[in-house]
Structures are given as C-alpha cells and as structure tokens.
Design a protein around this ligand. Structure first.
Ligand code: AMP
Length: 430
C-alpha cells in the first residue's frame, strides 16, 4: 500500500541539530532547578479523564474542546472500561501523584519539576502544536511546610527570571495579578455576573454561555469586538480581602528585593480554573509572533482538595519548551555545534574490523568518533570526514599491520604519521 504516512497534524519530528538546542534548554533548566532544590517527577502521559474535568475545569477551553479522550476497553472481566485522556497539562497529574503517594505526610515542602509532552487539540500554527512540550515546576505541601508563603511565589518567579537570563533571553515581561482566594472569588464572580447581565447580548456566543457557566472565563476571551466591553467589567483587585491583599503585597515586596521587574495586569486570570491568588505570565517581545506567552502559572491553593486530597497549597508554572526553542532560535543561539574528534576511514573492506576495534578503543577513551566504510574511495572518505569531524584517521593495509596511522587535521591541513600508542593523545590535543 503506497500511502504517504506523515506525522499527524499539529505534531512534528524534532531532528538534529535542532534537538541540540532542546537539550541545551533542558540542561540549563535542570541545572537551575537543582540549585533551587527541585527534584524531577515523571507522571504518566495518560490519566483518568476525571482528573482534568475536576482539576482543570469542565468549562475551560482545554477540557471542553481540546482534550484527546477515549474510552479505553476493559481487557478482562476484572477490569472496567475507563475514559482516559492524554494529559493537556501536568499540574493536575503532579497533584494527583502528591495525593496518591501521601507526599503531604512527609511534612516537607515538595519542590518538583517535570519536562515532557502535553496534548491539546488546538488549531496548529507557529508556536502552537497539538503535541507540545512543557518544562514546569510545582512547589506544594501541607500548610505547615510553608507552602502558602508569598516567599514561595517570589522564589518561583525569581527562579524563572534567572533561568531565562542564563539562557540569554532578556526581552521578557512578567505580567502579574492576584485572582484572590477561594473566599474572594465567589464575591467577585457574583459581581462579574451582575455586570455581565446587561451587556451579555453584545458579546460573542462563547462569552454569552460563559457569562452563565463560568464568568471568569469571559476575561480570557480573545475576540477583538468583545474587548471594549470586557474593559468595563469589575476588576478582581477590588474584591480581594485583607489577607489576599497582604499576600500579594508580600510577593511584590520580595520581587522588588531581588530586582525582578513585573507589570501588574488586573485581567490576567489564565485559562485554568484551579488558580488562586498569584497568577502570572512571561510574555516575549520578539521571536514568538502572536503566540507570545512563553510561560504561565500561578498559585492553586484548593486544587488538592478539589481532587479529593488534603489541604495542600501550591504554586507552579509551565513553560512552553517549543516556544522557548523558537525564542532561542530567534536569538541565533546555537548549542555549541561540536565536531567529532575523529573520523576513521578504512581503506578497503578488509580494514573494517580493525576500524571498528579502533573506534571502540577511542570511544572508550572518551573521544567522539565516527567511521566511514572500506568500500568508500579516499576522496569520499575525506569529504565525509571534513563535514563531521576535526580529523581523519586513515586505516590502510600497512597502517593496520604496522600500527602507524595517518592523521590529517582539517583546520591546519597538517598530515602526520602517528603510532597507535600516541593516537589518543594526538586526537585529544587541539
Ligand atoms: P498553559 O498550560 O495553558 O498555562 O500554558 C503554559 C505554556 O505552555 C504557554 O505559555 C505556552 O508557552 C505553552 N503552550 C500551551 N499550549 C501550547 C500549544 N498548543 N503549543 C505550544 N505551546 C503551548
């Protein structure tokens, strides 16, 4: 059957050398996370659909339109069919794991990071994919572990500023808001509902529905015609109680103390239902076009309880790794493209076994090595070697028997005879 099989719409293959940049981003993130005391968590890519329905929220775009959900058949009498979903985000999975493994009972603050694919059936465009990757972290724990402290919000934000700066990304703006606690929120939502009643009919169809089911989501609306009306709606800042106000003020004070710049955005509610108090996004000036949100996050003090767990306040973020790499590419960042140390060129197929044994020895010594093949002509070996390696090591019939090899360094054009004993130190020299 001659069908043309291609990667599914909205998914893509990542190939070298681009993957070098992905590795650089991940290595930098891992190094920063380690310095801030985070450990890695890996949760499954599929979860019970209920996790996202309850955690992320039925009315969010993610849950109502974008999830890859299927009915998973039971394979045995003892199993039940189950609705499963490819994770559209990772916070719900981390909190599920926190509850399942009773991490709260350790009494310690949990600082966890993850790196992995997420799935949303969105309309694909530059910087928006159906399989995309997130680098994220969560700080969560029982209230006695200090998990509610505004210091944690500021620490996470300062860590993000440090991570971006270490990657050479400087033209970001941090937008910050507080969406209030679970007691502030209902008062605000009531006020929002009341304010929406008289203007509802002028909004888009989605917002007319949201005005009834989940008025906060109206603030996320991207329809241009709706914006002038949205601008007149009440602001959450006016509905925060004293504690929430003090919490937010303490976050800002800690950010000021370590010189992290931010802009307050009273409309930043973010597209997920679980957020409380601090919410934030890092937006990019350049490189990302319309999909300019590099990362987003916030506090989710009630999420564990929404999922049937103990009280476990937390704060976290998710950075779009695809967008991070696009940003790095726009900055012309390159993961130091390192050529191999040597390319071994056997002259004749009889030399192939010797060439492989030599390659093994050099690789064991820590050198980066590739090989040609005895069927290649000398010219072809030189051309292939020059593309990928700093030096070529020629293995002719004589060389294999005498143990004296010909080594050419491409940068200088110098060609020398080297004994096998000297070879490793020669290849390690610059
Ligand atoms: P969210 O989980 O919606 O808060 O998104 C956090 C970050 O993930 C965003 O700021 C984006 O950088 C990234 N992101 C979300 N959805 C996509 C997508 N469909 N394609 C690529 N990146 C995405």
């Amino acid at each position: 059957m001659a069908t043309n099989l291609k990667a599914v719409r909205g998914t893509r293959d990542l190939l070298p050398p681009e993957t070098d940049l992905w590795q650089k981003a991940e290595a930098t993130a891992r190094s920063v996370f380690a310095r801030y005391g985070f450990g890695e968590i890996r949760t499954p890519i599929m979860e019970d659909t209920q996790l996202f329905a309850r955690g992320v929220g039925e009315e969010t775009d993610i849950v109502s339109k974008e999830m890859y959900t299927w009915e998973d058949r039971a394979r045995a009498q003892s199993e039940k069919a189950q609705s499963l979903t490819l994770r559209p985000e990772n916070t719900a999975g981390v909190v599920r794991a926190y509850i399942e493994h009773k991490l709260g009972e350790t009494g310690q603050l949990q600082k966890l990071f993850y790196i992995g694919p997420q799935f949303r059936r969105e309309r694909p465009q530059k910087g928006r994919y159906r399989q995309f990757y997130q680098i994220g972290a969560e700080v969560i724990g029982a209230p006695s572990s200090g998990s509610e402290s505004p210091l944690r919000d500021a620490e996470v934000l300062e860590m993000l500023a440090t991570l971006l700066n270490e990657l050479g990304i400087t033209d970001w703006t941090l937008q910050l808001n507080s969406v209030g606690s679970s007691s502030d929120r209902p008062r605000y939502v009531e006020a929002l509902k009341a304010a929406l009643q008289p203007v509802k009919a002028q909004l888009c169809a989605d917002c007319q529905r949201r005005a009834e089911t989940n008025p906060l989501r109206v603030l996320d609306c991207k329809v241009p015609e709706d914006q002038p009306i949205i601008a007149t709606l009440p602001q959450i800042a006016d509905y925060l109680d004293t504690e929430s106000k003090a919490h937010f003020a303490a976050v800002l004070a800690a950010l000021d103390a370590c010189g992290v710049k931010y802009t307050l955005n009273p409309r930043l509610v973010r597209g997920l239902d679980y957020y409380t108090r601090t919410t934030f996004e890092f937006l990019m000036e350049t490189g990302l076009g319309t999909q300019n949100a590099l990362l987003g996050g916030g506090r989710y003090d009630g999420l564990s309880e929404m999922l049937g767990g103990p009280k476990a306040p937390g704060i976290g973020f998710a950075m779009g790794e695809d967008r991070l790499v696009l940003t790095l590419q726009a900055l012309n960042a390159e993961a130091a493209a390192q050529k191999l140390d040597a390319y071994i060129a056997p002259m004749g197929e009889a030399q192939n076994p010797y060439a492989l044994a030599l390659a093994k020895e050099l690789r064991t010594a820590g050198l980066r090595v590739d090989m040609g093949d005895g069927s290649f002509r000398l010219k072809k070996s030189f051309e292939a070697a020059d593309k990928v390696a700093r030096r070529i090591v020629i293995v002719g019939e004589d060389e294999a028997s005498t143990g004296v090899l010909t080594v050419k360094t491409f940068a200088s054009g110098e060609q020398t005879k080297v004994t096998r004993a000297e070879l490793i130190s020669t290849l390690k020299s610059l």
